[in-house]
Design a protein around this ligand. Structure first.
Ligand code: DGL
Length: 270
């Protein structure tokens, strides 16, 4: 089998990264994909850096054993805590991408001299990874960040597009720290599932920056640059693995991919 036919590997703590996997399959329908949801350990946003690093390495071992040509860390918390380590660990065995750098590249061109907001897990926000990367750009973007730790578990439990999620979202977004922002970065891959509710909160007046499509475009570029894009007709194979079985994961996967999917239980820690 040619390396081009090898799968794209994704991982997240749960269903969040499916938002990115879906955007990738929409853009690159021929590609084979393998998704790992580390449901045994979610939420990552509450875990220590060392714990997230050790989960990430184990998942990468699994994705490498499946011959992934590229590993996309489809989780902001793991991108913040483990990207450098994973990149070094994987070395030349596969390409590695995170979900933060593509968003930084996007705002660099669009939001100079503007004030923008960022919401994410405690891990992502307290790591200040976005603030550091913006500082490195050496341009003037005022970043206002807010940890919103209830949102990922709420979404994982299927609470979106209802009155409970609406009041939690409104409560967070009314925080004075986010006043007068001109765009809001969804710094967690679970949040595209509540993007409509966030847009409604702002009456569609500001841009809600959802990383899924932005990341999919950079992934396509990276595969092209490395001559790894699957550029011939292929019936895409999609495999989903979880470290602990949850109903909501299976339901969400079907919801996203609208086809029969095979969900396999893969307890990495036994
Ligand atoms: N989807 C994840 C992120 O982007 C993780 C959420 C969590 O497990 O806390 O940060």
């Amino acid at each position: 089998m040619k390396k081009k036919q090898h799968p794209i590997g994704f991982f997240d703590s749960g269903i969040g990264g499916l938002t990115v996997a879906q955007a990738v399959t929409k853009l690159l329908p021929n590609e084979n994909i393998i998704y790992f949801g580390d449901t045994a350990h979610l939420p990552y946003g509450e875990k220590s850096t060392a714990a997230i690093q050790s989960y990430s390495i184990k998942i990468c071992d699994f994705l490498l054993s499946q011959k992934c040509k590229i590993i996309l860390i489809a989780c902001n918390s793991a991108s913040a805590a483990a990207f450098e380590l994973v990149k070094e660990y994987v070395g030349s065995k596969a390409l590695v991408m995170n979900v933060i750098d593509p968003v930084i590249n996007y705002i660099e061109s669009k939001y100079q001299n503007k004030k923008i907001g960022l919401i994410g897990t405690k891990k992502t926000i307290l790591s200040e990874v976005y603030a550091h990367k913006i500082k490195d750009l050496n341009i003037n973007i005022e970043l206002k960040s807010l940890p919103t730790p209830l949102l990922a578990p709420m979404i994982e439990e299927g609470f979106f597009n209802n009155s409970i999620s609406e009041s939690i979202i409104a409560n967070y977004l009314s925080n004075p720290n986010l006043e007068n922002i001109e765009a809001l970065i969804l710094g967690c891959t679970h949040y595209p599932l509540i993007k409509n509710q966030i847009q409604n909160f702002y009456s569609n007046e500001i841009e809600i920056i959802d990383s899924a499509e932005i990341v999919a475009i950079e992934l396509e570029n990276m595969l092209k640059t490395n001559n790894l894009i699957l550029d011939f007709e292929n019936i895409s194979s999609k495999k989903f693995f979880v470290s602990d079985y949850t109903n909501s994961f299976e339901a969400s996967t079907r919801h996203f991919f609208k086809e029969m999917i095979s969900l396999e239980f893969y307890p990495l820690w036994n």
